[in-house]
Design a protein around this ligand. Structure first.
Ligand SMILES: Nc1nc2c(ncn2[C@@H]2O[C@H](COP(=O)(O)OP(=O)(O)O)[C@@H](O)[C@H]2O)c(=O)[nH]1
Ligand SMILES: [Mg+2]
Length: 468
């Protein structure tokens, strides 16, 4: 049999839930004739084969007269389904063996394993979703916080699709202006006041007629592009590393931030010899928070040495370092050396143990906090989130791009438009300008999938997970 490709059609099936011990597992099936084929392996074949769309049929998956699993099958009739095709969701028992046994029967019934994202690919091909909405389906799956989810939800509901369509329309207006001109530029001069129509176009100067509209479109594209880093911040999240000398209270701060006692806190310096990490949400930003070994060098223990080395590597990789100082002991030259040193990440200096009677006064530029009581931790989080937002730059755009593909195409559209405007401003002829405008409009069309090629689609959908 040939290797399946996105265009190859046929009956497909995939696990829509993880293969693990669970109450239920859902196997998703799609393709023309899928209901009839599945019914051949069902305890109540007629009932399933004749079931109405959006109804559920209870029964057993059967094979060779043997009961395989008791299931509930949800039936979708074309075109009222996710893919736009006839489809089924088989809800079976969630054990790994049970779900696999049902899948095996479906293979016998003629369903091949779906490629990653093939259901969504079919939804796109049948016009159920444009590309921005198709991509948002995957964004939904990988969102880690509510803030990360909200961008994906807005794209799923078509916000970016509509925004891009609106911009493209304006661009087409600009383009149309130039093409009317190009078509009629040989025509004789029409005196002012004369009624205009397609046959009688208005007089155009020998330059881009809709220059203001083009400038407006360019500004809009730039703003959408600029919102991308912020969108990624809330979707992909950041690496935050807690660092500092031994006993400063790093593990205590880690535990405080993740809200459970996970890292070992002890009076003995060097207790956290390796690193521990957890995902937390800091003001809606997904944060991969890492607690590291203390930064004291000079220990002869090779395990401790390796821990210190790894801490340094993590600090270099970090988007933000929470550098903890024991306020009862104060900052040492090493601490200042790190805090004053350059690096790619943001550095926040935490003056910890503020609750302790022996804690010294917080110097300028440090955040007073107590990992033990929680005082100041809220403010620390707010400062961290604000610094990360500032670094991501860009304004809040409810309709901005959510994937690198969308952002790159918006940039490409902006670049072509910029070129067109540059030519227009230096008084170039319209037939030189028009191709750039067309290029810009095409890039926007690619975002939604109005303009697309098979290999681009394949590359995009192959990044999806199986079952979506
Ligand atoms: N009073 C006080 N003690 C703290 C605070 N944070 C940590 N400690 C104590 O400092 C010691 C070292 O803490 P730990 O979190 O293990 O530090 P690490 O080595 O930097 O990970 C422990 O005895 C903690 O109870 C704090 O905010 N206030
Ligand atoms: Mg520790």
């Amino acid at each position: 049999m040939d290797k399946a490709s996105y265009g190859s059609g046929g009956l497909i099936a995939a696990f829509a839930t993880p293969l693990a011990e669970s109450a239920l597992a859902v196997i998703r099936c799609s393709g023309g004739g899928s209901i009839k084929e599945a019914a051949r392996f069902f305890s109540r074949p007629e009932k399933l084969a004749s079931a109405a769309g959006h109804s559920a049929v209870h029964g057993w998956i059967m094979s060779g007269g043997e009961k395989i699993d008791e299931v509930l099958v949800t039936v979708y009739r074309a075109p009222s389904s996710y893919t736009g095709e006839e489809s089924l969701d088989v809800s079976c028992h969630g054990g790994i063996a049970a779900a696999r046994a049902v899948m095996k029967v479906l293979r016998k019934a003629g369903f091949r394993e779906a490629l990653p994202g093939e259901f969504t690919f079919r939804a796109f091909m049948s016009g159920k979703l444009d590309l921005t909405r198709a991509e948002s389906v995957m964004e939904m799956v990988s969102a880690k916080t509510d803030a990360g989810l909200s961008g994906a939800v807005s794209r799923l509901s078509g916000a970016l699709e509509n925004e891009i369509a609106g911009i493209r329309e304006k661009l087409v207006e600009v383009l149309a202006g130039t093409e009317i001109y190009l078509d009629y530029s040989e025509d004789e001069f029409f005196p002012e006041g004369r009624e205009t129509s397609a046959q009688n176009p208005p007089v155009q100067e020998d330059r881009l007629p809709e220059i203001h509209l083009a400038q407006e479109v360019l500004a809009r594209l730039r703003s959408l592009s600029a919102s991308y880093d912020r969108e990624r911040l809330y979707h992909d999240g950041v690496l935050a590393v807690i660092a500092g000398r031994p006993n400063a209270g790093k593990s205590s701060l880690f535990n405080r931030l993740i809200g459970e006692d996970r890292a070992i806190v002890a009076d003995v310096p060097g207790t956290t010899r390796d690193w521990i990490e957890a995902w937390v949400s800091i003001d809606g930003i997904p944060v991969r928070l890492v607690d590291t070994a203390g930064l004291a060098g000079g220990s002869p223990d090779p395990v401790e040495k390796a821990g210190v080395e790894r801490s340094r590597e993590l600090m270099a990789e970090a988007d933000i370092v929470l550098y903890v100082i024991d306020g009862t002991r104060g900052a040492a030259p090493d601490d200042h050396a790190f805090l004053d040193g350059g690096g790619r990440g943001i550095r926040l200096a935490v003056w910890n143990k503020a609750d302790a009677p022996l804690c010294r006064e917080t110097p300028d530029g440090f955040f007073p906090a107590s990992a033990k009581t929680g005082t100041g931790v809220r403010e620390l989080c707010a400062a961290a989130a604000a610094a990360l937002e500032k670094k991501a730059g860009g304004g809040k755009e409810k309709t901005g791009p959510g994937t690198a593909r969308q952002k790159d195409l918006i940039d490409a559209a902006a670049k072509s438009l910029e070129e067109a405007l540059k030519l227009a401003e230096s008084g170039e002829a319209l037939d030189l300008i028009a191709p750039f405008l067309r290029e810009s409009a095409d890039a926007l069309g690619e975002i939604t999938g109005d303009v697309s090629s098979a290999d681009i689609l394949e590359k995009m959908f192959s990044k999806f997970c199986v079952g979506k």
